[in-house]
Write a protein that binds this ligand. Structure first.
Ligand code: BTN
Length: 268
C-alpha cells in the first residue's frame, strides 16, 4: 500500500497516555515514512533535540543495521524507532550501553508476556534462537557531554522476504503470542523500561545490569567462534560480558576480552 494513503500506525497521544507519569520524559513523533529514524535523530541531535526524543516510522526507506547492513521492515510487520538520550561525561562512561538497552528491551518483552527472549552479544534480540530484533547504538560527542541515538527494530510478523535473504534466521513476536502484543503497549513498555535502565546506567554504568544481561545471554558458557569480517578471529568458551560490555572468551591463551567493532559470534 502507498504509505501516504494510510495514517500512522502509532498515535503519539495514545502512546503518551500509556506512559503515564513518565510521559513528560519523552517527546514523541511518529512518521509514515523516513529514510532512517536513527539518521534523522542523529541530525536533530546536532541541532537541539532534547533527551528523550523518540522517532517512530511506519516505513524506513534506508533503515540501517550494524556493520553497514540495511534493516528492512514494513509498517505491517515491524516496529522501528529510535530514542535520543543525553549523558554527561565522555565516551568511556557509555561502555556497554547497547547491552544495557538490550536488558530494557528484554524486560519490556517479558512484561508484555513474551517468553523465551534471549540476548546475543553485542546487540541482537532473540526469540527461541531466531533474530527477533536488533539494536543500533550511535554516539556523538558534544560540548556538554555525549548523545546516544538508540535505534531499535523488532519483527512483529515474520519479514516477507525469503529466509535465505537473512544472515540470521528471523523470528517474530507472532510466534510467541497470537495476535502479537499491541504495538502501542509494547512501545510504551520499552520506553518505560529504557528510562529506568538508562537512569541506572547513567549513574552506575553497565556493571549494575550485567547480571541481568548474562541471565539472558544465549551463548553463556558455550563454545563459540568469534568472526572478524567473516574470518575466524578466535574461539573459546563464552563467559559473557565484563562490566564494560566487552565479550569474555576463555581460550587456550587464557581469558580474553573482545570489543565490539566488526566482531560477530557463531556456535563453534
Ligand atoms: C542490527 O541488528 O543490525 C540493528 C538493527 C537496528 C534497526 C533499527 S530500526 C530503527 C532504527 N533506524 C535504523 O535505521 N536502524 C534502527
Amino acid at each position: 500500500m502507498d504509505p501516504s494513503l494510510h495514517s500512522c500506525q502509532i498515535d503519539p497521544a495514545r502512546l503518551r497516555s500509556l506512559l503515564g507519569g513518565a510521559s513528560g520524559r519523552f517527546t514523541i513523533e511518529a512518521l509514515r515514512e523516513c529514510g532512517s529514524t536513527s539518521t534523522l535523530l542523529l541530525e536533530r541531535a546536532r541541532q537541539d533535540a532534547t533527551s528523550g526524543s523518540v522517532l517512530i516510522a511506519d516505513r524506513q526507506t534506508a533503515g540501517r543495521g550494524r556493520r553497514g547492513r540495511s534493516w528492512w521492515s514494513s509498517a505491517e510487520s515491524g516496529l522501528t524507532f529510535s530514542v535520543l538520550w543525553r549523558f554527561t561525561g565522555g565516551v568511556a562512561r557509555l561502555a556497554g550501553l547497547s547491552l544495557a538497552v538490550g536488558v530494557a528491551v528484554a524486560r519490556a518483552l517479558e512484561n508484555c508476556g513474551v517468553p523465551g527472549i534471549g540476548l546475543k552479544w553485542p546487540n541482537d534480540i532473540l526469540l527461541d534462537g531466531g533474530k527477533l530484533g536488533g539494536i543500533l547504538v550511535e554516539l556523538d560527542a558534544q560540548p556538554d557531554g555525549m548523545v546516544a541515538v538508540m535505534g531499535i527494530g523488532l519483527n512483529l510478523l515474520l519479514p516477507a522476504a525469503g529466509a535465505e535473504e537473512f544472515l540470521h534466521r528471523p523470528a517474530s513476536l507472532s510466534q510467541a503470542s497470537s495476535p502479537p502484543p499491541d504495538r502501542h503497549q509494547l512501545l510504551a513498555r520499552i520506553l518505560l523500561e529504557l528510562a529506568v535502565v538508562l537512569d541506572r546506567f547513567a549513574v552506575a554504568g553497565f556493571s549494575v545490569l550485567r547480571e541481568e544481561w548474562q541471565a539472558h545471554h544465549v551463548w553463556q558458557e558455550r563454545a563459540v567462534r568469534l568472526l572478524n569480517g567473516g574470518l575466524l578471529d578466535r574461539e573459546g568458551i563464552c563467559l559473557g560480558a565484563d562490566s564494560d560490555g566487552a565479550l569474555l572468551l576463555r581460550t587456550a591463551a587464557g581469558i580474553e576480552r573482545c570489543l565490539s567493532g566488526d566482531l560477530s559470534l557463531r556456535a563453534a
